[in-house]
Design a binder for this molecule. Sequence first.
Ligand code: ATP
Ligand code: MG
Length: 575
Amino acid sequence: MLIYEKGVITKTNMDSTNNIPPTDFIRAIIEEDNRTGKHEGRVHTRFPPEPNGYLHIGHAKSICLNFGVARQYGGLCNLRFDDTNPSKEEEEYVESIIEDVRWLGFDWGDRLFYASDYFDQLYDWAVELIKRGKAYVCDLSADEIRETRGTLTAPGANSPFRDRSPEENLDLFERMRSGEFPDGSRTLRAKIDMAAANLNMRDPVMYRILRATHHRTGDRWCIYPTYDFTHGQSDSLERITHSLCTLEFENHRPLYDWYIRELGIFPSRQIEFARLNLTYTLMSKRRLLELVREGRVAGWDDPRMPTICGLRRRGYTPEAIRDFCARIGISKVDSTVDIALLEHCLREDLNRRSPRVMGVLRPLKLVIDNYPENQIEELDAVNNPEDADAGMRKVPFSRELWIDRDDFLEDPPKKYFRLSPGREVRLRYGYFVTCVGVEKDPATGEPVEVHCTYDPETRGGNAPDGRKVKGTIHWVSAARAVPVEVRLYDHLFTKPDPGDVPEGQDYRANLNPASLERLTECYVEPSLKDAAPGDRFQFERLGYFCVDSDSSPERLVFNRTVSLVDTWAKIQKKS
Ligand code: ATP
Ligand code: MG
């Protein structure tokens, strides 16, 4: 289904006409469970972000999977914040996550939960395990626990505190909770097996002492449960049937099952899948946070960031992201997806929905010598050839126009069909014009003004005598142009694998110094005058653009969402 080249997915068997989610091993498991009546056909999943950063495109894969299978099998999906680590978590992240999941098009109904809501229940369960001799208070420091844990080949050593009586453990645990002991001085550990082959089963820590204000429980607690002692029980409390997570949790599964079994609670089942990796993209919240803190990007929503809010500001649509997630599918093997596929999905969606307009990024004045001086004509332009209902609009035409610098060359190479001396081209929706001269900057030799004559018979873009031109270029009436700023983006990193660096360096060495180009003297047609942040357009021949949130009523700022050149389609054609 997916074709890999050097570990990078370069092809899928799905195209735009075959856009059905493929059946994957997770859906196969669910269908088998439904067939055997394991949960009376009930399917209940959850998306469990830790509120310690903004969501990224990798999370979108998990969101689309969890909410997607629930929807597909008539089940439910919860949104649950996995908020057991008060030192890194913040309300700002909670709000952004809620906004982003909603924007992606998913709904958790009234099932918004927080692992911290279960702190009392988890505490009671810890007490229960202590009473049954399955957990003990350990006075070893974090370092000592690590040192006595053993290795993959050598067993660990039992803690000297392992055989405390349940009474002593209960007393100590209660005093841990009431704040008698300093941070880090004691832990509660599960009593499993220090010689277990799986290191996670070597008396893992269940609770640690940590004085930090929690975003929801405030200072009520000074002990916090670990991820492992929280996740499975949270799933169980919510009666999650299929707990889908990424592969790094695979060797936590025996512990997940151990807690559920020892507590005799609802048996949620953990199933792991491969996380999304994308070329030219970093996907770790910790590193994304570094980029933000160090000012290497303008914020979490910088349009170069792989965050959902960054993609949204860049002009991505939820439909394009969902389509991408459907096409990459779900597997058990780690791989990297070519970012060109994400851009391909985006172009397909934007092509369908974006109104076409004309804008000029690097303006060059074009003067039509034989066009009446103060005349302005309103020409008819098609709003979207992909959408018959999108209708037409008027575009003003005048003697002086802006065209893009790239569309004029004094000494054109072969196959250059745009404007050059003596050459006739079509002005989109307008007239045929022939270049009759060029004025140049005496110092630099750069063209500053191109002179043309027009053929009044070719209004609308066709010659009554049937003569053809090879090139059509876009333009904006200088008399009516709206000056705007345009921001062009390239990948944030110069290498497909941002972590591919020489010894002693890190991903920062691969930051692309040219990832943002700001063009401050651009012109767009007047129909865009009242465009609002988030509005999307295709600038003919230049790409898809959207209005940035930095815009003011006086000055619009556009992001180029993506260019028109589809490298993915090219790769597909070649292979
Ligand atoms: P990161 O490693 O980027 O910091 P995380 O795994 O710490 O992310 P969580 O908030 O714990 O972030 O993730 C919430 C859910 O999203 C988890 O179930 C996790 O497995 C899943 N997830 C995180 N990153 C990816 C990814 N790149 N691809 C698919 N799923 C992911
Ligand atoms: Mg995590």
